[in-house]
Design a protein. Structure first.
Lengths: 418, 237
């Protein structure tokens, strides 16, 4: 990487000091404050720090943090990788990530959906990686049709190469704005935000998954070169090679994330077989999917923040004998509006023991009652475990699905497990 | 539909365009509160490519983003089924973007007035600021619903014409115009309480059911009533 101008160097040093202070005083991981200080000193610092690197920007509604981690893991094949692995996904976090690893030629940045256009413009990335777009925290987030339009426009002004999920019509339409693209068939379980054509508004024809096309304007799913065979737990590469995945992260959503990561790593010249080998080493991402053993019970933590995420989490629940705790808060990072709970179909939980927790557990209670799912109300995970243990001393596993702050509260109670 | 031997037809209009955040909840809770009273129901989903049936009992329209809202209004006007249903005595419950488009006019994203379906005497435009947060409002005493709560998230402002009446007087929130929230005209009712307005206000769900089936047996208080009271207390804290 080339030398930074003096002002940018100063900004970068000051930012790192602030980040260090934040960590030393236990106030945070430093990603946000460090970047904020640096940006004050040099507003175009993000562009300066990006120059001469091969960056991949990763954005989506769900799976950003995990996919960023997967791509970084693959790229470590070549040595150091600049990345914001703590999930600080706005420009301040990007500056901190790039400042803290100046020598790394390769970088992977998770980018908040709303900030993606400006970060594309500032960093001129080699790759832009796009997975899915669906309703999320509508009290403070942008409308997703509008987001897709802004992505498309920003991509049209660059030379970047898009690596995107062709099965999500909104994402595909945005990606089609870029000069070059690699299309991955990464699947789309949640379809409620993509029944209408992003181009003309017509009702999409979606008779055979994963194909879609608009009968009114002709927009259609781009032809893909990478795909996932979920039933066979296999990645299919462009040359037809079938690579067994056997990941240590659960579910179709993570198979999709791995396929996207492999396609991106291939853009950097890494063979997918090698990539998948490296991805198997990852067992949890910032506490997501991690298990803690408490009171002799393995408690698995699943973070899900919106309807599409809950649907994916239901799909990875252990067999019905394993009870599940659902926990929902409505603080600012969660979105203050719990309406989305009504978009999820809970009937798949009918044959399992269900507990509801969190500040908005009454919303959950009514939702489950309406879907005919029996449930019990609880205050804490330990309390649930105590109740279960007293009835079934042989119980070994419990799954927890929680939205953002509910997840962090539970994770903190177990010592911020990674 | 006073003859309860045939099913109560709940018609969900354009879930593919107007279902932004929890709108399904209104369908589910109407169905449940009818069935708990032994009233059989039939739920019909009408996609934007399908004609709107004219002999339903309760028609539901949800929220939507700007572009889907415009498309929904164009398609409903071209179809004509919803206006026909109202002439046939069907009742309508419309939320947010759906509320705006059943009026005479509504505003696009540049504040140009666009023609609505015209089944209620309201006119909507765009406000300076976005209204986001919890609402508390007292419903017109004539409707016997009492105090309601919900979440609003919209840029629209709505003026009520002489043929319609405000649904409620605001205690907290922005609603139509900082003073009132929602509107009704006969059995056509609209509100900015988005998403699960009926789950959060069981007495409002019962109003719609009463309009179609007459007197209802009371139900024992359950989670719906508890949520209503909890949200009310939280909003006024």
């Amino acid at each position: 990487m080339s030398e930074l101008p003096l002002r940018a160097q100063l900004a970068s040093v000051l930012g790192r000091s602030a980040a260090g202070l934040s960590r030393a005083t236990g106030r945070g991981d430093g990603s946000v404050i460090g970047g904020r200080v640096a940006l004050k000193v040099a507003p175009d610092l993000l562009g300066e720090l990006s120059r001469g690197r091969r960056l991949a920007l990763v954005s989506a509604t769900n799976g950003k943090t995990t996919t960023t981690r997967l791509i970084a893991q693959a790229l470590r094949e070549f040595g150091g990788v600049a990345t914001n692995e703590y999930g600080a996904n706005m420009p301040t976090g990007h500056i901190t990530a790039l400042s803290s690893d100046k020598s790394a030629v390769n970088g992977v940045l998770e980018v908040d959906e709303k900030y993606l256009p400006q970060v594309i413009e500032a960093t001129q990335p080699a790759f832009v990686v796009l997975m899915n777009l669906s309703r999320d925290q509508m009290d403070r987030a942008s409308e997703i049709n509008l987001l897709a339009k802004k992505w498309r426009t920003a991509l049209g002004k660059t030379n970047t190469h898009v690596i995107a999920n062709a099965d999500d019509p909104l994402v595909a339409w945005a990606g089609l704005g870029a000069p070059n693209a690699t299309w991955v068939s990464a699947g789309q379980r949640w379809k409620e935000d993509s029944w209408c054509c992003p181009e003309c508004g017509g009702h999409l024809k979606r008779d055979t998954d994963p194909y879609w096309e608009c009968p009114e304007c002709g927009l259609a799913r781009p032809r893909t070169t990478w795909s996932v065979d979920n039933d066979a737990d296999t990645l299919v590469a462009p040359d037809g090679q079938r690579i067994k995945l056997q990941l240590n992260l659960p579910g179709d959503a993570n198979r999709a994330n791995a396929a996207i990561a492999a396609a991106t790593a291939a853009g950097y010249g890494i063979h997918p077989e090698r990539t998948i080998d490296r991805l198997r080493e990852i067992k949890s991402v910032a506490g997501r999917y991690t298990s803690v053993v408490t009171m002799g019970v393995e408690v698995r933590l699943l973070l899900s923040k919106n309807p599409a995420g809950w649907l994916e989490s239901f799909a990875v629940l252990d067999p019905p004998r394993v009870p599940v705790i659902l926990a929902v808060n409505a603080q600012v990072p969660d979105g203050k509006d719990t309406s989305w709970l009504w978009d999820v179909d809970y009937r798949v939980l009918r044959d399992r023991r269900v507990f509801v927790m969190g500040e908005r557990r009454t919303d959950l209670a009514l939702r489950l009652e309406t879907d005919g799912v029996p449930f019990e109300v609880a205050d804490r995970v330990d309390e649930v475990l105590g109740r279960l243990k007293s009835e079934r001393p042989d119980i070994t596993k419990v799954d927890v699905i929680a939205n953002y702050t509910a997840f962090q509260q539970i994770r903190t109670a177990y010592g911020r497990v990674q | 539909m006073t003859d309860t031997s045939s099913a109560l037809r709940i018609v969900w209009i354009y879930p593919d365009l107007l279902s932004t955040y929890g709108d399904q909840g209104n369908v589910l809770i109407l169905k449940r509160r009818a069935e708990l009273r032994g009233i059989p129901t039939e739920v019909v989903h009408v996609h934007s490519s399908d004609p709107v049936p004219q002999h339903g009992d309760i028609y539901l329209l949800g929220g939507g983003e700007d572009r889907p809202q415009i498309l929904a209004a164009e398609r409903l006007r071209a179809d004509g089924g919803l206006a026909g249903a109202v002439r046939n005595g069907g009742c309508v419950f419309a939320v947010c973007a759906g509320y705006q488009i059943i009026g005479e006019t509504y505003g696009d994203d540049d504040s140009n007035p666009l023609p609505g379906v015209g089944i209620i005497d309201i006119r909507s435009g765009r406000g300076e600021t976005r209204a986001v947060g919890e609402i508390v409002a007292d419903v017109d005493p004539g409707l016997g619903v009492g105090r309601i709560t919900g979440f609003e998230n919209h840029q629209g402002r709505t003026a009520i014409g002489p043929s319609a009446r405000p649904l409620s007087t605001l205690v907290r929130g922005i609603g139509n115009d900082d003073r009132t929230e929602g509107a009704y005209q006969g059995q056509v009712l609209g509100t900015y309480l988005h998403g699960p307005a009926l789950p959060r206000n069981p007495q409002l769900a019962d109003l719609l059911l009463r309009w179609r089936v007459g007197q209802l047996n009371p139900l024992p208080p359950a989670w719906g009533e508890r949520l209503h009271d909890e949200r009310l207390a939280a909003a006024l804290r």
